[in-house]
Design a binder for this molecule. Structure first.
Ligand code: 5GP
Length: 194
């Protein structure tokens, strides 16, 4: 079992057959050592992709993305979920329905930070039905940038997002893939490595 999977088993709380709580190291309190490891692994997997920028979504995508950006030597842009007084004009935006909050947010990125010259690596904490990742991919398209692929910390393989995105020919690398959360137990898809 890899380091991330060990942490999920030790500290993750199965809230239902479809929701895993990992507030102790990813979604509330953050484990910097684990984030460093995750960032290095993303950087290793995409070392030859020519990435110039990482795109993620606030807030839980930021920590793993910053560590990946440090390893790859590229800046990190995060899409904002709320309108901001300082982020009003020249925006790329997309509508994203949140799996955990059951609400739709318009996510936005200033066009100052993504351009057609960029090769973009999209990162997020979880992949469930794929809405967050698809919203970010849409923003990459609006910028006419090149998409290198998608990096996910925890993919729930029993939900549709992974297939939806891979079926579009997009490279998706998930550092832990969960096969099932049934009966309060986390089961991983074999062969995931970190
Ligand atoms: P999707 O857009 O793929 O349906 O869901 C991904 C987003 O929902 C992630 O950004 C993450 O914040 C949240 N999410 C989805 N499933 C889970 C889960 O089981 N646990 C946690 N903590 N967040 C989740």
């Amino acid at each position: 079992m890899n380091l991330l999977e060990q942490k999920i088993v030790a500290e993750g709380k199965v809230l239902s057959d479809s929701v895993l709580k990992v507030d102790s190291f990813l979604n509330h309190q953050i484990d910097p050592k684990l984030m460093k490891y995750i960032g290095e692994e993303f950087a290793r997997l995409f070392a030859d992709a020519g990435i110039t920028k990482i795109l993620t979504i606030e807030s839980s995508g930021i920590a793993p993305s910053v560590m990946a950006g440090l390893s790859l030597g590229v800046p990190v842009v995060f899409a904002r979920k709320r309108k901001s007084l300082t982020l009003v004009d020249n925006l790329y935006s997309a509508k994203v329905h949140s799996f955990t909050k059951n609400e739709t947010n318009e996510i936005s990125v200033s066009n100052s930070y993504l351009s057609e010259d960029d090769v973009v690596f999209v990162i997020d904490d979880f992949l469930a039905n794929g809405q967050a990742a698809l919203g970010l991919i849409d923003i990459v398209k609006q910028a006419d940038a090149t998409l290198a692929g998608v990096g996910i910390v925890i993919e729930k393989g029993f939900q549709d997002g992974g297939k939806l995105i891979r079926d579009q020919g997009i490279r998706v690398e998930s550092l832990a893939i969960i096969d099932s959360l049934s009966a309060g137990k986390v089961t991983f898809k074999e062969g995931t490595t970190i």
